[in-house]
Design a protein around this ligand. Structure first.
Ligand code: TXD
Length: 310
């Protein structure tokens, strides 16, 4: 066995390169960056390797255009695909990214049969369902990143509103990534105190609205692409929880087999992430209103997945 875990990141664009950076800065393992653009992953990998002496990491970085370099990976992060431009919804990316992600998954699954796949490409919930089907992997080894990002955005806005440390703020979100995500204010806390005790309903609604629109807000500012620092940080939290077997409870897109009344579908729920991947789906009791919002979100995900005819 290799001395350090092997982490493959497919798509060396904005999110992929930042995932590689954060992963080596934490010395989570050796990183292989793959992209279709010739020279680009090689250049970024070399550049990041040269930051190692300054930032003090020994992880090796390899850039490649060939999947042969990914063989035997412990974890494969898939960020390959198109990102949103102003005016586009995540769903506009569906067919193009399905083609890209399907091809990527075929290549990586054939060479890393025991890997855990972490999907990032949008529309996230549909892409993770596709990756699960195409890989033939058990559902616990295919998982999607979205909820950590959505809750990190919510936490940022709560901390700013109350002028407290982000470290004191936890937030709970359920459902698909995007407009139908379901934040749960009564489980979102500041130093253990539910925000429903600290903020008015109107103030919470405004923060929730800004969170659900959080991706579009950044796309509107950047104009040439979408957010990547926070998405990469959220992805690396998952990589760390898995490789270090932390058994951390995190909101992720996970396969539901009856939990929350949903069967056969990937949707965002709290899970326990460890070395075996999704080790448990955590089921909490929802109010009637929350349950209705969750069902609506799951229905929106299912509608998109059905368009793919998997
Ligand atoms: O919350 C979330 N899940 C997300 C998702 C948060 C942020 C970004 N999210 C999505 O990730 C976004 O909507 C995109 O679908 C992906 C990647 O976003 P990124 O901002 O990194 O896009 P870039 O910079 O365009 O990078 C994509 C790279 C680019 O270098 C392409 O050349 C490459 O993907 N690409 C491929 N690599 C390998 N193989 C194939 N077939 C391929 N096609 C494109």
């Amino acid at each position: 066995m290799a001395a350090r875990p092997k982490i493959t990141v497919v798509g060396a664009g904005n999110v992929g390169a930042s995932v590689a950076q954060y992963a080596v800065e934490r010395e989570l393992g050796d990183v292989v960056l793959v992209d279709v653009i010739e020279g680009m992953p090689q250049g970024k990998a070399l550049d990041l390797a040269q930051a190692g002496p300054v930032h003090r990491y020994d992880s090796t970085l390899t850039g490649s255009n060939s999947y042969d370099d990914t063989a035997g990976s412990d974890i494969v992060v898939v960020t390959a695909g198109l990102a949103r431009k102003p005016g586009m919804t995540r769903d506009d990316l569906l067919f193009k990214n399905a083609e890209i992600v399907g091809g990527v998954v075929d290549q990586v699954a054939a060479r890393s049969k025991n890997a855990i796949l972490v999907l990032v490409t949008n529309p996230l919930d549909a892409m993770v369902q596709l990756a699960w089907k195409r890989s033939g992997f058990p559902p616990e080894r295919v998982v999607g990143m979205a909820g950590i990002l959505d809750s990190a955005r919510f936490r940022t806005f709560i901390a700013r509103e109350l002028d407290v440390s982000v470290e004191n703020v936890t937030a709970f979100v359920l459902g698909g990534h995007g407009d139908t995500m379901v934040p749960l204010p009564r489980y979102s806390t500041v130093a253990g105190i539910p925000i429903t005790e600290l903020l008015s309903r109107e103030a919470i609604d405004a923060l929730v609205k800004r969170t659900a629109n959080g991706g579009a807000e950044i796309v509107g500012l950047l104009k040439t692409g979408s957010a990547y620092y926070a998405p990469a940080a959220a992805t690396v939290e998952m990589v760390e929880a898995i490789l270090r077997d932390k058994k951390k409870i995190l909101p992720c897109a996970a396969y539901l087999d009856g939990q929350y009344g949903v069967t056969g579908l990937y949707v965002g729920v709290p899970v326990k992430l460890g070395r075996r991947g999704v080790e448990q789906v955590i089921e909490i009791t929802l109010t009637a209103e929350e349950q209705a919002a969750f069902q609506k979100s799951a229905a929106a995900v299912r509608e998109l997945v059905e368009k793919l005819k998997l």
